[in-house]
Design a binder for this molecule. Structure first.
Ligand code: SF4
Length: 382
């Protein structure tokens, strides 16, 4: 068993599963917010955090990430309560990164969210074009998004924007114009995702009915390459397949913990976690349904539905697929520590095909390789 996972950071992920409206492309574990009282879920989150502390023992927290769902539906007091719980149980490292995903519609809460201790806001803008926003089922306009960004910049030292591209009927030029506008905004970080048709999402049904057709593979590849070029030229190089930062300090430290196979606790309905405990690497999942989750924490003291010790093979596969996502690449030493060395022949073949580079002790995907990341990680895995 490798002993480096805890050294790669320790994060806490909080899943807030409610959204004002469920977007047609979304397949996350989300539920319409309606008029739900937040207290039962807050009680469950704190109870599950206590149970997680029993598993981890004392460690200081490097990062906290409020994801969802729409955690910007939480008030400043809700966030304060969860953060106090984390402080009491583990303690936060000085300068810990605390991120919250926000819907632009919730700009009125940004001040209280910042005052509660969140320092990094990840703003789900999704598009800066009104027609695209309507297609994506979003309730805000491009103007609303820019106003929310303005408010965010005055309350958070660090702001990131999420945008979705590869929308039907949109050309590379259309996307470049939108991306150029995003790159002119005062943010340090961009997450740029290709629209994917997820099995359980409403878009899967509308595509099946023939209502619209997603871009083909060639156009998607052109869009990805154009994205990389534009971002690189504007000083926002990719540090991961879909993530771009202006400076090293703008990189998401929380997500880095995932990609580097660090340790994190995940609480809230349907959250996932990974913990190194003694000789074991544990994969943890919680009850997906919010009511079932709350009931379980109340009756059993924890929200876990899965607690599995990962085999060495699973650990290697996870490390290859996650590590290759980062543009700095995957450290061979990390694989060697798990008793695995990828086939030299495979590496050389992939290098010759232009998919892979070798830099000192790392292998990393080239731009072309990033387009086939999943297939390449399968080829390099045992
Ligand atoms: S995309 Fe975001 S806002 Fe829309 S339903 Fe999914 S989690 Fe909620």
């Amino acid at each position: 068993m490798a002993d480096f996972e805890p050294a790669r950071g320790f994060g806490v992920y909080i899943h807030w599963p409610y959204c004002t409206r469920v977007c047609p492309y979304c397949d996350f574990n989300v539920y319409a917010a309606k008029l739900r009282r937040p207290d039962p879920l807050l009680d469950a989150l704190c109870g599950d955090l206590r149970a997680s502390r029993d598993m981890t023992g004392p460690r200081l927290v490097d990062t906290v990430f409020f994801g969802g769902g729409t955690p910007s539906l939480m008030s400043g007091e809700h966030i304060t309560r969860v953060l106090e719980c984390i402080r009491d149980l583990w303690g936060l490292k000085a300068g810990a990164e605390i991120t919250l995903e926000a819907n632009p519609d919730d700009f009125g809460r940004f001040q209280s969210v910042g005052e509660a201790g969140v320092g990094r806001l990840s703003l789900g803008v999704q598009s800066l074009n009104d027609e695209n926003l309507a297609f994506l089922g979003r309730t805000h306009s491009a103007k609303d998004a820019l106003r929310a960004l303005d408010v965010a910049c005055s309350h958070f030292p660090s702001v990131s924007l999420d945008l979705i591209y590869a929308l039907p009927g949109r050309t590379v030029r259309d996307w470049e114009a939108e991306l150029s506008l995003a790159l002119s905004l005062p943010v340090g970080h961009l997450s740029l995702y290709e629209l994917t048709i997820e099995k359980g999402a409403a878009f899967a049904r509308s595509v099946k009915r023939g209502d619209w057709t997603p871009p083909d593979e060639d156009l998607a590849a052109d869009l990805y390459e154009a994205t990389q070029r534009r971002c690189e030229d504007a000083g926002y190089p990719a540090y991961e397949i879909s993530n771009h930062a202006r400076k090293p300090s703008d990189v998401s430290r929380h997500n880095r913990i995932y990609w580097e196979s660090g340790d994190w606790v995940g609480v809230g309905p349907g959250a996932h976690g990974r913990l190194t405990v003694g000789d074991e690497r544990l994969a943890i999942e919680t009850e997906e349904n919010p009511v079932a989750y709350q009931k379980q924490v109340a009756s059993r003291g924890h929200g876990r539905s899965v607690l599995q010790s990962l085999s060495r093979l699973d650990q290697i596969r996870e490390r290859v697929s996650m590590g290759l996502r980062m543009t700095e690449g995957l450290r061979m030493d990390d694989l060697n520590a798990l008793g695995f060395q990828p086939s030299e022949r495979e590496i050389t073949d992939l290098q010759e095909l232009g998919f892979l580079d070798r830099v000192t002790d790392r292998i990393r995907l080239t731009l072309t390789g990033r387009l086939a990341a999943d297939r390449i990680s399968l080829l390099l895995s045992p």
